[in-house]
Design a protein around this ligand. Structure first.
Ligand SMILES: [Fe+2]
Ligand SMILES: [Fe+2]
Length: 132
């Protein structure tokens, strides 16, 4: 189980709520895979990917609103994560027949949400905290 410690809070209600939801979605998929329930895996990973994309859009909008100077750079970072999401969807297609794919998918999801999505946001924490 992954948990959001205080270090990772942005002090923005909207973003923290989204990040919390992303962590919950990853925990849900991980628990499901650990329990051998794999029928809904693809749907859940698809929902996760869709939610990540909508989160990125909300976050970029908020960064523009508060006048964060490096919005373009952060937007580019978000775009660079699209191939990783496609990769996770490919793994999700293989989980029924491949135990290695299950393990890889779990690891990728945790790394993705904690390192690629949430940790990189700390760059703009001081611009955004308390904004919404
Ligand atoms: Fe974020
Ligand atoms: Fe971000």
């Amino acid at each position: 189980m992954v948990q959001l410690s205080e270090t990772f809070l942005m002090e923005s209600q909207a973003l923290d709520k989204d990040h919390q939801r992303l962590v919950e979605m990853v925990n849900d998929i991980t628990q499901m895979l650990d329990g051998g329930e794999i029928e809904n895996c693809k749907t859940k990973v698809l929902n996760f990917v869709e939610f990540v994309k909508s989160h990125f859009a909300r976050e970029e909008q908020l960064l523009n609103k508060v006048g964060y100077p490096n919005v373009d750079k952060h937007q580019k970072h978000h775009k660079e994560l699209y191939p990783k999401m496609n990769h996770m969807l490919e793994f999700a297609d293989m989980v029924a027949v491949n135990a290695q794919a299950r393990e890889s998918l779990k690891k990728e999801l945790v790394f993705f949400v904690m390192d690629d999505v949430i940790t990189t946001d700390l760059d703009f924490k001081k611009f955004i905290s308390g904004s919404s």
